[in-house]
Design a binder for this molecule. Structure first.
Ligand code: PMP
Length: 443
């Protein structure tokens, strides 16, 4: 057993002043048990805890660390920005540069508003959809997570999936009634919802590929059908790329779909109206973004009647981190990410198969997760993903951690590789897999 006395002591100390000892529930080891590690530093593919244990990291700050931890260019850019001042409440030149980089990568985006969290980005997108259409209802899909704003917590993924919560206390029935929750990958259900409520639906929000119930990409034709149905009924489509944006591929998951790499056909003109970004776009600092068609985006204040604001929006340090991350996320970096994801997904699958552990790999571009369980058919909904054998994940997780690999402490999360996961890091992971697969088999 690796020694973790200082993490254990800190967990107790933190729990005396912070609910559950964590500032975001996904960091707690609620689903897996044991001592959550307090991290003191990270470099490339590695993180070190307060007791001096080193791990190959597959959490990557839950996504932002696309280039690996403490990438020298990103650190330098943030330090240089900090030396110039932490923020001014006035625009800085680099905000437009970051917006230009987003527009360049995601062609349907004509205008960008920078915010501080993914939650704000989706919350604003929804207000914008309602403001643009004058309609009240929003459609979301079960198992998709869009942050913690009141209207979006019903049957959400991420921490709610981990903790098996159907929603959150504190959300009024009136607010919850403004969100229609439908099964994912089910166009007939969407069609029925539009037939019944069409004239009252402002928009449909979906993760570009679901990654908060484990990785479950849309079936071919689902995204297209969703966009066509919404548009036929005068509703808008908000594609949530907070997690997948600039990570599933250089232009996010939509970029892969529209380039035909997911094997589906998307006729010209079939595109979402608004897209939300977070995580990678802020390079590890609090920054997220909302983008879309010019006519919609210019409904935002100060040009239009839909209000949105933020003291720290477009903060210079966060902009520096995001811009430098995207500038270094070149074709070579994405090739390394894809290679690492391929190698790792295959190695995990082979180890589990050798140990006789039934599983499937969920995959969306460079994102993947291991879905433990005997699924006769490929999972396609949240109901399917909830049948994952979390006990096997738990045993697997702890064996990996003991062997020096830091996985997400939940079966319902994606595994995050970085461009810094080189052969040495992948070999260290591979060395632990047989023991972890055996532990999963025994669970
Ligand atoms: N949307 C998606 C798809 C996400 O994965 C997340 C966070 N995991 C959010 C929105 C919310 O982002 P944040 O945690 O920055 O508020």
């Amino acid at each position: 057993m690796s020694a973790t006395p200082q993490s254990a002591a800190l967990a107790t100390r933190a729990a005396n002043v912070i609910p559950g000892g964590v500032n975001s529930p996904v960091r707690a080891y609620g689903a897996v048990g044991g001592t959550p590690r307090f991290v003191t530093s990270g470099s490339g593919a590695l993180v070190t805890d307060v007791d001096g244990n080193e791990y190959v990291d597959l959490v990557a700050s839950w996504g932002p660390a696309l280039l690996g931890h403490a990438h020298p260019a990103v650190v330098e850019a943030v330090q240089a920005a900090a030396a110039r001042g932490l923020g001014f409440g006035a625009s800085v030149p680099e905000e437009a540069e970051l917006a230009e980089e987003i527009v360049r990568r995601v062609q349907l985006v004509e205008r960008v508003r920078l915010v501080s969290t993914g939650t704000e980005a989706t919350m604003t997108a929804i207000r914008l959809a309602r403001g643009a259409t004058g309609r009240p209802l929003i459609v979301k899909f079960a198992g998709h997570y869009h942050g913690h704003s009141d209207g979006l917590l019903a049957e959400a993924g991420s921490g709610l999936a981990t903790l098996a919560l159907p929603g959150s206390a504190g959300v009024t029935a009136e607010t919850a009634a403004q969100t229609l929750v439908l099964p994912y990958n089910d166009l007939p259900a969407l069609e029925a919802a539009f037939a019944e409520h069409g004239a009252r639906i402002a928009g449909v929000i979906a993760e570009a590929a679901a990654c908060n119930m484990g990785v479950l990409p849309p079936e071919p034709g689902f995204t297209r059908g969703m966009i066509e149905l919404a548009h036929r009924h005068g509703a808008l489509v908000i594609l949530d790329e907070v997690l997948t944006g600039f990570r599933a591929g250089p232009s996010g998951y939509w970029g892969l779909q529209s380039a035909g790499s997911t094997g589906e056909e998307l006729p010209a003109g079939v595109a979402p109206d608004l897209v939300t970004f977070g995580k990678v776009v802020g390079g590890g600092l609090p920054l997220a973004a909302l983008g879309g068609r010019r006519d919609l985006m210019e409904l935002l204040a100060p040009l239009g009647p839909v209000y949105q604001a933020g003291t720290l929006s477009g903060n210079p340090l966060a902009v520096a981190a995001g811009l430098t991350t995207l500038r270094h996320a070149d074709a070579a970096a994405y090739a390394r990410l894809a290679g690492a994801a391929d190698t790792l997904a295959l190695a995990v699958s082979e180890a589990l198969t050798a140990a006789g552990v039934a599983h499937r790999i969920g995959r969306a571009g460079t994102l993947f997760s291991v879905v433990f369980g005997d699924f006769a058919e490929a999972p396609r909904s949240y109901a399917d993903m909830q049948r994952q054998e979390v006990l096997r994940h738990r045993a697997f997780f702890h064996a990996m951690l003991e062997g020096g690999v830091n996985l997400p402490p939940s079966a319902f999360e994606a595994w995050f590789v970085t461009a810094a996961h080189d052969d040495a890091a992948l070999e260290r992971i591979a060395a632990v897999l047989p023991a972890a697969a055996a532990a999963a088999a025994r669970a």
